[in-house]
Design a protein around this ligand. Structure first.
Ligand SMILES: [Zn+2]
Ligand SMILES: [Zn+2]
Length: 133
């Protein structure tokens, strides 16, 4: 399988020639802050099968000291990947261009999700915005 992805502004692009492993959404407090979102939709990749195809010079690593963290586009702020040991560990599912063949395996760290993070079945669902929004 070949996947491609890019940041919000399109300045940074990547390519994965191989499987996405352990697709999941992490609801922990660290991921909520790191990804400024409800959680982090993410899958692991083989770093040898991952390559930046455009705009690698636009990437910023955080933390900068080489501890596990993430890389984001300095122009638009999109977080594209997680980094462990200086190598790409996985990608954010939201930056992928494709969604076929990806099935979430787990919601993780549900024990530390906030009360408003409701992924239950009772919440009303809409294809787009609710009509009165
Ligand atoms: Zn960007
Ligand atoms: Zn997390």
């Amino acid at each position: 399988m070949i996947y491609t992805g890019e940041c919000f502004c399109g300045g940074v692009k990547y390519r994965i020639e191989g499987p996405l492993r352990r697709p999941r959404i992490c609801h922990c407090s660290r991921c909520r802050k790191a990804f400024s979102a409800q959680g982090n939709a993410y899958a692991e990749v083989d770093p040898d099968r991952f390559s930046w195809t455009q705009g690698e010079h636009l990437l910023v690593s955080y933390p900068a000291d080489g501890t596990p963290g993430k890389r984001f586009c300095r122009v638009c702020g999109s977080t594209l990947c997680g980094v462990v040991g200086g190598r790409v560990h996985g990608v954010t599912l939201g930056t992928l261009d494709q969604d076929q063949g990806i099935t979430l395996e787990a919601h993780i760290f549900m024990g530390s999700k906030p009360a408003w993070d409701d992924i239950g079945e009772d919440t009303p669902r809409f294809e787009e915005y609710p009509p009165n929004w």
